[in-house]
Unconditional design. Structure first.
Length: 269
């Protein structure tokens, strides 16, 4: 299930990074302070420095500047050594650099700092899935989804569905991706991946429905989504639709690998 993952790779990476910064740990107030809502003014100078460095690291990571991102994370950790978000991001940077052992160590350090840190649990499970440790990944996705008041269910169900697909577990993949789609029907990643799974399950009419929901919305179609539509229409024997989507593909994305596959009639690659 790799072709459709290419379509969501950049979106997924940025989503994971953005998730780090939206969930900073609440500031602990002195025990004798009146109960109140913690705001930015309650942060210490060290906490503010750490969060600024972490934001910069996330931006550099999103641009693929891994060495610079790693330097910023290191400075965030110096400023606030117990910042789980920083160790989580460091793990993702190491993983992107192919340094799996150091990535594992950083994931473990993040969870030592905050055992229920949702972003780390999600990212570590996806890391395991990418390394073929599917059972371990699925167990962690399940544990994460069982956390009380966990709010990012759609993202984790999407990753869980992709992981099932990587392991050829199409029934389970469909169930997880359908849940992700139900939670976020406007998310093109959910629609594309659900359509791909339904194609694999030979449920061509339903696959056609979900990919149409993506390709019919301005700004969400691309070479991968049009190519998926071509493949689905061909399975349904709708040659006119195959030609129409093929023409859109060649016109809008003439240099894409998918356009080349269409030109050569390599529909099953």
């Amino acid at each position: 299930m790799r072709a459709q993952e290419v379509w969501v790779a950049c979106v997924a990476a940025l989503t994971l990074v953005v998730g780090l910064l939206g969930c900073a740990a609440p500031v602990a107030l002195p025990a004798d302070s009146p109960r109140t809502i913690a705001t930015a003014s309650d942060q210490t100078d060290a906490e503010r420095r750490a969060l600024v460095r972490l934001e910069l690291a996330s931006l550099y990571f999103g641009r693929g500047q891994f060495d610079t991102a790693l330097d910023e994370v290191k400075q965030a950790i110096v400023a606030k050594p117990d910042l789980a978000d920083a160790y989580n991001l460091r793990a993702m940077i190491y993983a992107a650099m192919g340094e799996d052992r150091m990535a594992e160590e950083s994931f473990s350090r993040a969870l030592q700092t905050s055992p229920s840190h949702a972003a780390t649990l999600h990212n570590q499970a996806w890391f395991w899935c990418q390394r073929g440790r599917h059972a371990q990944a699925q167990a962690q996705f399940g544990a994460l989804l069982a956390l009380p008041q966990y709010r990012d269910v759609a993202r984790t169900q999407l990753a869980r569905g992709l992981c099932f697909g990587r392991n050829g577990q199409w029934v389970e993949a469909e169930a997880a991706l359908m849940r992700a789609y139900e939670l976020e029907p406007a998310n093109p990643s959910a629609g594309v991946n659900l359509a791909e799974v339904l194609l694999q399950r030979r449920d061509f009419e339903r696959a056609r429905f979900y990919i149409a929901r993506v390709n019919d919305v301005a700004g969400t179609s691309n070479a991968q989504t049009l190519w998926l539509a071509v493949r689905i229409e061909r399975k349904l024997g709708r040659e006119t639709a195959v030609r129409q989507f093929g023409e859109r593909l060649r016109e809008l994305f003439p240099q894409s690998p998918e356009a080349s596959l269409f030109e050569r009639g390599r529909f099953d690659d």
